[in-house]
Design a protein around this ligand. Sequence first.
Ligand code: IPE
Ligand code: IPE
Ligand code: MG
Length: 246
Amino acid sequence: MTYQEQLDKNRIPQHVAIIMDGNGRWAEQRGKDRTEGHAKGVEVVKKIMENAVELGIKYLTLYTFSTENWNRPEYEVAALMELMFKNIDEEVFIKNHVRLRVVGDLDRIPERVRAKIYHCIDNTKEFDRACMVIALSYSSRWEISRAVRMLAEKAVKGEISTSQIDEKTVSDAMTTSFMPDPELLIRTGGELRLSNFLLWQAAYSELYFCDTFWPDFNMEELCKAIYTYQQRQRRFGLTGAQVAGR
Ligand code: IPE
Ligand code: IPE
Ligand code: MG
């Protein structure tokens, strides 16, 4: 039986976040330029978005480009921006009734890429079948610092008191405040780290790591991750018996 067939359709996570890693190594193993791995990776993004919608996932957050990735060789950064420009495909969103949202420091993104992204965000904002969130020029420490700054400014202006700064107001100050925290966080490509991704939001996410490079990731791999997630008991600090209601 496939993992897809074994899934409990009533317990699909609402929010799945993915660190799409391994494009470079996928290409290098084939004697290709790293950018070819990124190009293949973009095709997989489109497929996985459709797969996620089909499974009933409501929010799919994809780590596309980190703050630290700006330090890569100039040609690779340029190739990634070009790929972004060419592949922000409004048609795919419209066809699937998926809303696009972006989290990250968009001010750093080249103007024409940014314009295209805003256009797609605007033209898909009525769709509510699912939401695809691209983390672009994103890092958690950037996001958390920004949130702290925003709250401090409000406190200085007297708009809030410091006693109002709690888990809820901090969550609300995050760029991800419009969605629930991810129940499942997947990283492809074999590395066992979070690389500055959703550090606040993943406080209680189930983590799933696989060796598959992102260009080889597919529906069955996604289902395997969700199946694995469904086998786990999420305890949130309680005992197993408490959670099971025994
Ligand atoms: C992930 O793949 C994509 C980005 C970071 C943009 P990598 O480019 O990091 O691939 P590896 O880790 O070098 O194989
Ligand atoms: C994380 O991958 C960022 C994205 C997938 C966009 P990296 O390949 O940049 O992560 P590190 O540097 O190896 O941890
Ligand atoms: Mg990598």
